[in-house]
Design a protein around this ligand. Sequence first.
Ligand code: IPE
Length: 443
Amino acid sequence: MTIELDDSGWGDPIGGVFIGVLRIETNEYMVKEIEVTHFQGPNFTQKTFLTRGLELVMEIFRCLQVTLDEPIHVCRGAVLDGVREGLKAQNYQVIPTKIEGKLQELVEANFVESLGRLGISDIPLVSGKERFFRQLEWIQEDLKNREQYAKTGWKNWPTKIRNWKPKWRRKQQNLLGQPLIIKLGGSIISDKTKRSKARFDIIRQLVSEIASISSSPIIVIHGGGSFGHFPAKEYELHRGGRSKRKRLGLTETALEMNRLTQYLIEAFHEVQKPAIPIHASSVIVALDGRISHMDIESLREFLRQGFIPVLSGDVAADTVTNFTIISGDQIAMYLARLLNAPRVVFATDVDGLYTADPKEAPNAKRIDVITPDTLAQVFDEIAVGVAAETADVTEGMRGKLNEIFKGLPKNCEVLITDIRKPGTLQRIAAGKSVPSTLLRHSS
Ligand code: IPE
């Protein structure tokens, strides 16, 4: 039978290097990690990773009972020099080659998952600039504590990489133009009390405001409202699962979300604005309910061409729980970080977050700014009542605020407001102030 051997992580600044072995005919697969310590200090200079790599491969070969008559296709990467030499010396038939396809994807996924366990969640599966800089950004957020996970043995670590500043990346990303990300709350575009009932008048109103913006690229993400939330709750999809009943529930939820997305796309088409649906379920992989990978290449390309990509909170494959629900809030903040968005708008039906429902309590006060320091106090204030939404909402709003702060990049601010009033969105796109609740890192 044929054996393939590939590595992942050699060009990544964080973590060790993963070596995966696949027996093609039987799909038997095993992976092991050359620990990051082999890429640090004198170990790296002495190239201890070469012998460690061979040791690990021999362990895998023993488990898989690889025999001398099986051709071994080994990736040409330098980290595997020791493996190729060592195997040849033991009379294995080594064929240096370029590994693509299934094995490559598996090893990359294992490597990316290991970064996910460290807490770096938004890492592309494909190695490259985006993945590299995202890791540097993560280290720089807390250099003192995180440097231990880095390949500090690299020659340019102390001179260059260690001193890398996120603003260099921003400059590069700005070539695209900083996008405005708009999350349309499910409870505004649908009637939350009636299953799968869209509010077409509101959808049209919102879409025509959004379509009037030409100054910056726009990404729209809508929530589930009475479409996705009903089946998602009925089948408890956020907990994952595997039964046929649950999997059918997942299909049902995806269908519901697609339907709502379609209504939005139709509304954009009606006003002759090019929009394109991007189904989050097709581009996201989650790790225990959090996005661990999102392929944004088509989104980026459509954005560059002037389309409005329309996404939604959605179902997603999950490497821990099989599948899960990813909220539009999580996607919005994930994209804000990845695309360096200066502003994210959470569109609701009041101009901010109030201490009580302003439609019922005339003395309700709007909370103008929330920072991580004032969040706990805000939770106390809104405990008595929250504007804009109905019964289950206090918890919903807490969840929303927590989600926003979890993903809020340093230079980004989030506005919770009503964008239906003509001109409001234009002011936001121009960086001007509007009546709203602002969420940001400092007051
Ligand atoms: C939920 O998305 C998506 C599904 C239920 C499939 P959100 O959590 O962003 O939806 P809203 O805005 O709260 O309705």
